[in-house]
Design a protein around this ligand. Structure first.
Ligand code: BGC
Length: 876
């Protein structure tokens, strides 16, 4: 027994601070849709070896924290996804929260408080109704973009103002002539009939006492514009409408609410058409001057008509689309006077230009990813997407920028009519504005270029939803593509809330029998020639996005509540596939997309891959069953954990029984056998040998399609064949990753040989399915982070980390860093002579272990690494 001391005071950890308080809402908006926000934070400080043992969260009505509700002391080492300890927020309610943690030393100080404000949480909060311009209803082709406006008076100085706004279609809303945000293509694309996102803006600074004007243009967007290669229109509705509710508190204590209703006026302006695929047409002569300002005469405009309140109104909780970069392109003049634009890299976005000329003068901008043999735009591969912006000038100098569209391009051609000069051109790169968290670098610049291409392809395709490509008449949320790419995506940009939103739609649109549509949001794809697709478009590898994407999010960010929310979807998909198994336990009975686009598949029939698609399908059933079992274990559902582990075991056995021989004859066959636990333990070494032998026999060229590619390098390095893994990575012959780089790729290609070894582009043979911006093969970057640099999470959210660099081939150094929920983890290694030096830094709250490369060095693993910097020097 110890004698109590009068000196005793609670021990404190003054060196560690609790920072970066955040909820699961990444929208950047002033309010949150989450009535009980999940809470996360980070720890900072220089003291090495910091561990969190417990935390306490307080929630209060104001920053004095008097009368705060406390979580009490909660034992936990995790810094993410903690429950809200107080009662749920009501609509518009503001609360403050703060947190302190007990580390291995003692309690920290309280963090700085963070503010949360609830958005409109209930349909009953909306007095606004969607409004539209009556004459715009039922328009069947791209046509003039409807404009809506309303003026109102504020009798006193506004002290606080919130604008809740969304649309059927995509909107740009302004207050007194100023845009309410730089957000583009709002409200993005969701399963509109079930879930329509709105945004909440603080517009206090845009209002003034006296007369004010609210205004919006509403483009067709995904709601009403062209979708799919059938160029269907009006997929969700035939009327563009705005829903807005402005709530103002005045200095004198009064309030003013302005909502969309039949007091709004509607008309048209210079935007004659705007379509996501086709581009936009603007006639500046028809621009109604000052229509966004108070005082505009809208007497000849129509009185707006009112629609019922849409279902599923929820505030967006993920980052919006914005201009994320501006590029000054290279310009040249072609013999016919056309201005050729080269952005230097393949991007998603629009061209902004300044032109000067007479009224009626025109400027036309067309876009393409690549040039043909004559140096002109190769537009055939855009298929039905016109990707053309047209302007008619009103006389004088004008800044020209398209609205409500985006293009996938590196090249553009600008044609101006006589007398019109183009004075300035820039490329505005558009993307979902996700936070960049991952970096990779190594001593081989070709690999660095490959990595940069992966990053560009993610950025260019994380636009509203994770798309296959940004340029042709698709730009759809193809499930198989993100299935392949999710782990890379999650390490490169903070993709949690973006993919969480998409998964919510996947869950909504999953069929009652558990089948997952090929694209989410689910739009009718009609015939998919030449394949006869199964189950209204469900296929293995694509539907498995339902299990793979939530798993990737959980592994990267550690939010157990997210896994819990998508669990029913995961299970329904696995049950669906289990229900398709034949008596012999394999999924053999249906057409499949299979190892799509494997380089040996006939160009016009990408599903006819070398690896038997029934084997691939069965392997994916086993894979998803295992991921589901793991999720069930995490969520404490032990019955499910057992049941699906058993499904995995049975299905793996069945696959091996039927295809054990075949699997060993292809790279994808071996990779799936190893990575999905198909090969029995006793056979794993031999399968690894077979895979390595296949790679050698193919001179290091890759032979996998969409479904095999993510797994082939991990399968090689995981079975001790790092040398062959590097051969595949570094091979420059067609097909291969660096082949693309050496052919000048700046984004990942859809086909390994999009440009053939002789430099030509085979558009005909490929049936014009030839995109230069498809991220699926970019799945390679997960291996760059995890194996080349050697930075891996060994528990969800990187609470425990493995540093396991795998130097190989001629690489002399590599480094990676990832801004994890705990803070930034970094690893850098270099080889000099026979000495390997590894520098690693772990953030507070994490622990790590170091696994030395096999074979090269005889060093032992080092366990128990704490936060802080570490250097390990190994001599061979
Ligand atoms: C898309 C894909 C997709 C595939 C499946 C293509 O047209 O661009 O990336 O996964 O179809 O059929």
């Amino acid at each position: 027994m110890t004698t109590p001391s009068f000196e005793a005071s609670p021990t404190t950890d003054t060196a560690t601070k609790v920072t970066a308080l955040r909820t699961a809402d990444d929208s950047g908006l002033v309010a949150t849709p989450l009535p009980e926000p999940r809470l996360s934070w980070s720890l900072t400080g220089d003291r090495p070896g910091v561990l969190q043992h417990a935390y306490e969260v307080q929630v209060a009505a104001d920053r004095s924290f008097t009368g705060a509700v406390s979580s009490g002391e909660v034992e936990s080492g995790a810094v993410t996804d903690h429950p809200w300890p107080a009662g749920p927020l009501g609509s518009r309610e503001v609360r403050h929260w703060r947190v302190r943690v007990r580390t291995d030393v003692g309690w920290t100080q309280w963090s700085q408080p963070a503010r949360v404000e609830a958005a409109l949480l209930d349909a009953g909060d909306w007095t606004a109704r969607p409004v539209h311009v009556p004459s715009d209803r039922g328009r069947t082709s791209p046509g003039p973009v409807p404009l809506l406006r309303r003026e109102f008076d504020l009798p006193a100085e506004p002290v606080s103002a919130r604008l809740y706004v969304t649309s059927l279609g995509v909107h740009r809303t302004g207050v007194n002539g100023r845009p309410v945000s730089g957000e583009l293509l709002e409200p993005g694309w969701t399963s509109y009939p079930n879930r329509l996102l709105y945004a909440t803006y603080d517009v206090t600074g845009l209002l003034s006492p006296g007369r004010n004007a609210l205004s919006a243009a509403v483009g067709d967007g995904w709601y009403r514009g062209h979708l799919t290669w059938h160029k269907n229109r009006d997929v969700y509705g035939d009327t563009s409408a705005l829903l807005a509710q402005l709530e103002v508190t005045l200095a004198d204590g009064g309030t003013v609410t302005v909502v969309t209703d039949d007091r709004w006026r509607g008309g048209y302006g210079g935007l004659l058409a705007a379509d996501l695929y086709d581009g936009c047409a603007r006639d500046l002569r028809q621009e109604p001057h000052g229509w966004r300002l108070p005082g505009f005469d809208d007497r000849d405009w129509e009185r707006a008509a009112v629609l019922p309140l849409p279902a599923g109104l929820t505030q967006r909780a993920h980052p919006p689309v914005r201009v994320v970069q501006v590029i000054r392109p290279e310009l040249s003049t072609l013999p016919d006077g056309t201005i050729a634009v080269d952005a230097g890299e393949n991007v998603t976005g629009v061209l902004r230009l300044r032109a000067d000329g007479p009224a009626g003068g025109t400027v036309t901008v067309r876009h393409a990813e690549v040039l043909d043999d004559d140096g002109r735009l190769l537009t055939g591969i855009l298929r039905g997407a016109r990707a053309t912006d047209e302007y008619t000038l009103s006389g004088g100098t004008a800044e020209l920028e398209p609205e409500f569209t985006f293009h996938g391009f590196r090249h553009a051609e600008i044609d101006a009519s006589p007398g019109v000069t183009v004075e300035h051109v820039e490329v505005a790169v558009m993307a979902g504005d996700l936070r960049r968290i991952g970096e990779f670098h190594c001593s081989d610049d070709r690999v660095n270029a490959l990595y940069a291409n992966v990053v560009r392809s993610q950025r260019g395709n994380f636009l509203a939803v994770p798309t296959d490509c940004p340029q042709r008449d698709e730009r759809l949320g193809w499930t198989g593509d993100i299935m392949a790419f999710a782990p890379t995506a999650c390490a490169t940009f903070d993709s949690r809330s973006f993919l969480d939103s998409w998964l919510t739609d996947l869950g909504i649109e999953q069929r009652p029998d558990g089948a997952v549509p090929l694209v989410i949001p689910d739009v009718d794809l009609g015939e998919l020639p030449p394949m006869d697709l199964p189950f209204a478009g469900t296929t293995a590898g694509w539907g498995d996005a339902a299990t793979v994407v939530p798993t990737a999010l959980f592994d990267a960010y550690g939010h157990r509540s997210l896994l819990g929310r998508h669990y029913a979807t995961m299970r329904a998909w696995v049950d669906f596939t289990a229900g398709r198994l034949d008596d012999d336990g394999t999924w053999s009975g249906n057409a499949q997309l299979g190892d799509w686009l494997d380089p040996a598949a006939p160009p016009e029939d990408p599903a006819r891959a070398t690896t038997d698609s029934a084997y691939v399908a069965t392997a994916f059933v086993a894979h998803s069953a295992r991921l589901l079992a793991d999720a069930a274990r995490e969520l404490g559902r032990s019955d499910d954990a057992e049941r699906y582990a058993e499904l995995h075991r049975r299905t793996a056995e069945a696959a091996w029984r039927k295809w054990g021989g075949h699997a060993r004859t292809t790279q994808t066959g071996c990779a799936l056998a190893l990575e999905f636990g198909i090969a029995p333990a006793a056979e794993r070494a031999a399968v690894g040998e077979s895979l390595a032998a296949l790679v050698r026999a193919n001179d290091g060229r890759i032979a996998t399609g969409f479904l095999g590619t993510p797994f082939v390098l991990p399968a090689l390095s995981g079975s001790g064949h790092t040398a062959e893994a590097y051969r595949l990575l570094l091979n420059t012959e067609c097909p291969g990753w660096l082949y693309q780089v050496e052919r000048g790729a700046t984004t990942m290609w859809e086909r390994w040989d999009a440009i053939r070894p002789d430099g030509t582009i085979d558009t005909e043979k490929a049936g014009t399915m030839l995109s230069f911006n498809h991220y699926a093969y970019g799945a390679v970057a997960a291996w760059l982070y995890g194996s080349v640099a050697g930075l891996r999470a060994t528990s969800p959210g990187y609470r425990t980390i493995e540093i396991a660099p795998r130097p190989g081939s001629a690489l002399t150094s590599a480094s990676a860093s990832i801004a994890t929920p705990y803070g930034t983890v970094s690893v850098a290694w270099s080889v000099r002579g026979d000495t390997l030096t590894v520098d690693a830094e772990l953030p507070p709250g994490t622990t790590g272990r170091f696994l030395p490369p096999e074979g090269l060095h005889s060093a032992q693993p080092v366990t128990g690494l704490g936060s802080g910097r570490h250097r390990l020097v190994l001599r061979g």
